[in-house]
Design a protein around this ligand. Structure first.
Ligand SMILES: [Zn+2]
Length: 213
């Protein structure tokens, strides 16, 4: 089972990846992790990657794909894998298809976690953090007893930039622009499986399983 997972931040992709990993006994390949590992191990590619990161530049697709290719060659991927965080653009997807093709490998399914943007924004933006002790509260899920004041230490609550409505809306918009062509690409290949990401974790998971098997 070779899978690619797609979904905006907060769509529950991470949880589903974990469940898939357990059920099918296949590893999750996170591009963030393999990049960090290559840098840490100071492999030839890792040293190159580090130079791009230190300069504040994006790591070129070729290097990322190279690392993915090496990772897939490892024994634990013989029964399949879950690719998470890559590809993000249609160009990356086409390059990935090509590289996997040279290895005689095809992706079985691309699972897209679709979510209603408004619900996602509401869920992601309600978080408030204590300036003193770092405790977190949520406007609907976990309200502080007094608005703007920490239950534990009486410190003032503030909203981190990452938790602000405009930041989240902006991030989701970028995600949408980037992935729309990617989703179309996999749809044309007949590999796209779209799942409604909201709702009960186990219900979503059984939907995913029925779509990929
Ligand atoms: Zn506090």
């Amino acid at each position: 089972m070779r899978l690619i997972l797609l979904g905006p931040p907060g769509a529950g992709k991470g949880t589903q990846a974990k469940l898939l990993k357990e059920k099918y006994g296949i590893p999750q390949i996170s591009t963030g992790d393999i990049l960090r590992k290559a840098v840490k191990d100071q492999t030839a590619v890792g040293i190159e990657v580090q130079a791009f990161m230190q300069a504040g530049n994006l790591v070129p697709d070729e290097l990322v794909i190279n690392l993915i290719k090496e990772r897939i060659k490892e024994g634990d991927c013989s029964g399949g894998f879950i690719l998470d965080g890559f590809p993000r653009t249609q160009i990356q997807a086409a390059k990935l298809t090509e590289t996997l093709g040279t290895m005689g490998i095809e992706i079985d399914a691309v699972v897209e976690f679709s979510v209603d943007n408004k619900a996602l924004v509401d869920r992601l933006t309600g978080r408030w953090t204590c300036t003193e002790c770092g405790e977190m509260f949520h406007e609907s899920a976990r309200k502080s007893r007094v608005d703007g004041i920490c239950d534990h230490c009486g410190g003032a609550l503030f909203q981190r930039d990452d938790d602000k409505r405009e930041t989240i809306i902006n991030r989701l918009e970028i995600y949408k622009q980037e992935t729309q062509p990617l989703i179309k690409y996999y749809k044309q290949q007949g590999r796209l499986k779209t799942v409604e990401g909201q709702g009960d974790v186990h219900e979503v998971f059984s939907q995913v399983c029925s779509l990929i098997t």
